[in-house]
Each structure stands twice: as C-alpha cells, then as structure tokens.
Design a protein around this ligand. Structure first.
Ligand code: SF4
Ligand code: SF4
Length: 471
C-alpha cells in the first residue's frame, strides 16, 4: 500500500478531481460527549445572544449598517476606533498564541461551523437517515417514495434550520428589534431586509447541506495559515506512530505482548479513525490541513483499544516532541513572545476601556463660516457640536467656556441627547476683541453631563487682526 499517496490528492476528491462525498460514522466517546455539552452552551449563547439585553443594550451587536457595535451590553461607536482595532489585534494575537500552543482547538470545540455541522446538522442527518451504513445504502438505493420522503424531509429540516441561523445572524447585524419589525411588519416595507434574510438562509443551507467540510478546507483561511503557526511542540490531535507502527491487522487470540514480540505496533489497521473523520483524512498520515481537531478519531481509536485490550491514547492530544521525546507542553520562545504581546495588548485595551468616556464630543468651526461682529462690539464664531451619548440613559449636556471671558450659546438650548444617540447642535461663541492676539486664540470648552465634566474640547477662535478690526 502506498501510504504517501495522500499527498497527491485531497481525501475528498478522486483522481479526476470529482468530489467524493464523505459519509462519516457517528462518533461515540468521552470527547464527543464533552463536545456535545460544550455545544449546548455555545448554541444557547449563539441563538440567545441578540435577544439578551444588558441595561437595554444587546449582549452582542455588529451593526455595520449604522456602525454601532455592542459587546456584553457595552455599546461602541465608530469614535471608539481604538477599542475596535485593539480588540481585533488581541483576537488575532490570541489565535496565534493559542494555535502555536494548542493547534486548532478552536476549530474542534468552538468554531460555529464545526459546532453546527458536526453537532447539529450531522446529528439530524443520523436521526433522519441513520448511521453511515444506512446512509450509504440510502444513497445507492433506487428512488422510491420512502427515499424521496427521507431526502426531501432532511433538506426541508436543513433549510428550516438555516433560516433560523440566517435570522440570528441578521439579528446580530441589525439588532433584534429591527429583525422583529421585518418579521411582523408588511413585507413591502422591508424588501432589503427580507432579501438579506433569504440570502443568509441560502448561504447557510448550502454550507451545511452541500459544502460541509469544504468550508473548512477551501474557504476558511485559518486551516491554511496554521502550518505557519504550529511546530513540533504544538499540542495537536496526533497519532502516536512510535506506538502504532508497524500497523498490522489483529490475529485471532492476539495479545499486546505477542504483537510487540513480532514487531507489530498497537494499530490494528481497523480504519475506524478514518471512518469517523468528517474531513475524510487518515490521521495516521500526520497533521494535515484538513484536520479540524474534532477528536472523533480519538474516541474511535480509544474504543478499539478498549476492545482489543490495548492502552488508550494511540490517537490523543500530543505534540510531536511529546510523542517522540516524551516532552510535555513547552513554552517556546515563540509562545512566550506571542504571550507577551497578548498581555501588552490586553493591558492597553483595559486602559482604553477604563478611560473611555460615556459621552463623546467634537466641536469644530462651522465649515465656510466667517467671524461676525455683534452690535455690542463682540466677535462671534459659529461652531458645530456633535455629541454621542454612549450610555443607556438620556442625558442633558451643558457647555461652559473655560479660561476665557465671553459668552457661549447653544442654539436651541442645552442639548438633550437620547440614550445611544448622536445629536448635532450649532454653538455660538462671543468674545471681546481685546482677548484675541493677532486675530485669533485657542479656546477650551468644558462639556458637562449630569453636572460632571466629561471632556474638554479645544476650539480655534478667529477674529479681525488689530488693523482690520472693523468690518
Ligand atoms: S482506530 Fe486506532 S487502531 Fe484503528 S486504524 Fe485508527 S489508529 Fe489504528
Ligand atoms: S483527523 Fe481526527 S481530529 Fe482531525 S478532522 Fe479527522 S477525525 Fe477530526
């Protein structure tokens, strides 16, 4: 047998490049059970996320349309660009650290694609069509009413679930209230929203009904760049080739001692690890791009080891150095470097979050406006004030001119800023001409909300130069 031929083609394609459909056997075992419990928790968070509100704000919101974001009930605006950029950097660094140390643990346990595909859609498939043997038989069977019923029924269930997932994604983007309005209002008023609802549903349906493992192999970039992050110290789902080779079928009455005496390894070449693999690979060929670390092969092999009386763990979480040299997880300079960067970014993010104000203001001279001279001889400048209220309560904002004698008037009265809203006001500032030096000066304007100073805005004030004071 040519064990190297896996390098020449994908496990999911034949020699002509046609797709080979993966019929994965349902895994059973301690890791599968643990992943099921983790998936229940993650699915509960995923589906409830947009509908849970903390102090009136969604748990998670990624409203790219209105450029409004919420995490754990904290609302972030485009003005919080530093927070968003740091969070993104932290996320990417976290992935790098985690992958360097623990491989694709994220993919196997928490990635929404794997969780939904392996622990929701595929379980529904087992429920409707049976385990792998029944699925193969159904696929090969002629079209009868029974087969049609099962196939159409499965696709209908997949489509309905994709609709729920698509709506959940839409709720994460536009908010649950807007989604409810689309559902309950007249469809004519929400053609764009309904189009996205259908688009998301179709995308998810195609991913889970057709693309499946191809989403991880061809679309997701993470699998591709993991090869640059993992090394011989990374903990991955690995086959212990020292213990397993030379692989050999089990003879009747074989014992571990008898196998070892004749130079055979612990692997009995039953291929159960391949049968359960949702990406169709043979983990005995080593770490491969297609492996999503789902642990199904660990469970399958442990089950076989139990049955033949060999110790468990022929396939297990281990590093190459762990297998070959017995080394535990080592903190390599690369992991230490990434971790230091991660800690620095975390500290910076914490500082930015703690120093983040509840109210953001900008005060700029109105574009194209000139200074004016009032009847009392004062010089006036017009400004545009923008205020973002990031809190979940309405605020009345007060402005005071600091370090300058003069008058500040908010046109229309003190700004009322509703919760989570941005308002814009015109502001007129008047100063005596004598307070200007060569026709200009810098101003400080204090912004107060609920009596507390929330920011000090700098503004440039212009007037006539001494020789042109009267206009
Ligand atoms: S399940 Fe275990 S014993 Fe069977 S082929 Fe895979 S590695 Fe070998
Ligand atoms: S090789 Fe094992 S861990 Fe990797 S995808 Fe296949 S079954 Fe999952």
């Amino acid at each position: 047998m040519d064990w190297q031929d896996f390098r020449d083609h994908l496990a999911t394609a034949d020699a002509a490049g046609r797709r080979l459909w993966i019929f994965a056997k349902q895994p059973r075992g301690r890791y599968y059970t643990a992943r099921l419990w983790v998936s229940y928790l993650l699915l509960a968070i995923l589906f409830a996320g947009p509908f849970i509100h903390i102090q009136g704000n969604p748990l998670l919101l990624v409203n790219v349309v209105e450029r409004k974001f919420a995490v754990l009930g904290q609302v972030f605006w485009p003005q919080d660009g530093a927070v968003l950029a740091l969070t993104l950097l932290l996320f990417l660094t976290g992935i790098a650290v985690f992958t360097a140390a623990f491989g694709r643990l994220w993919c196997g346990w928490t990635c929404p694609q794997t969780v939904l595909m392996e622990l929701v859609f595929r379980r529904l498939e087992y429920w409707i069509e049976g385990d792998v043997a029944a699925q193969r038989a159904l696929a090969a069977a002629p079209w009868t009413a029974g087969k049609l019923l099962r196939k159409v029924g499965k696709q209908a269930v997949f489509f309905a679930l994709s609709f729920v997932i698509g709506n959940t994604l839409l709720a994460y983007i536009i908010g649950s209230d807007a989604l409810l309005r689309i559902i309950t209002d007249s469809p004519a008023n929400h053609l764009v929203g309904l189009s996205f609802m259908l688009l998301f549903t179709l995308v998810f349906y195609l991913i889970f009904a057709r693309f499946r493992e191809q989403a991880c192999t061809f679309i997701c970039p993470y699998g591709r760049f993991q090869s640059t992050l993992v090394d011989e110290n990374t903990i991955v789902v690995a086959y212990d080739h020292l213990r397993g080779e030379r692989r050999e079928h089990r003879h009747r009455g074989d014992t571990l001692e008898a196998r070892r005496a004749r130079g055979a390894g612990d692997c009995i070449d039953c291929r159960q690890c391949v049968a359960v693999c949702p990406t169709g690979i043979d983990i005995r060929n080593g770490t491969q791009m297609e492996c999503v670390h789902c642990t199904a092969c660990i469970d399958a092999c442990d089950d076989i080891m139990d049955k033949v009386g060999h110790p468990r763990g022929l396939i297990r979480y281990a590093s190459l150095n762990g297998i070959e040299k017995g080394e535990p997880l080592r903190l390599t300079p690369r992991i230490l470097g990434y971790t230091a960067l991660l800690l620095a970014l975390s500290g910076l993010l914490l500082f930015v979050l703690l120093s983040r104000s509840d109210v953001d203001t900008t005060l700029l001279r109105a574009a194209g406006s000139l200074f004016q001279q009032t009847a009392e001889g004062q010089i006036s400048n017009l400004y545009i004030l923008k205020i973002v209220n990031k809190t979940s309560r309405d605020l009345t904002v007060d402005l005071k001119l600091e370090e300058a004698e003069g008058r500040l008037t908010v046109i229309g009265g003190p700004p009322q800023v509703p919760a989570q809203q941005l308002v814009q006001h015109s502001v007129l500032i008047e100063l005596p001409p004598t307070s200007l030096v060569r026709g200009r000066r810098e101003l400080l304007v204090g912004v107060y909300a609920e009596g507390k100073l929330v920011s000090r805005e700098k503004a440039s004030f212009v007037g006539p130069r001494d020789d042109t004071r009267t206009r």
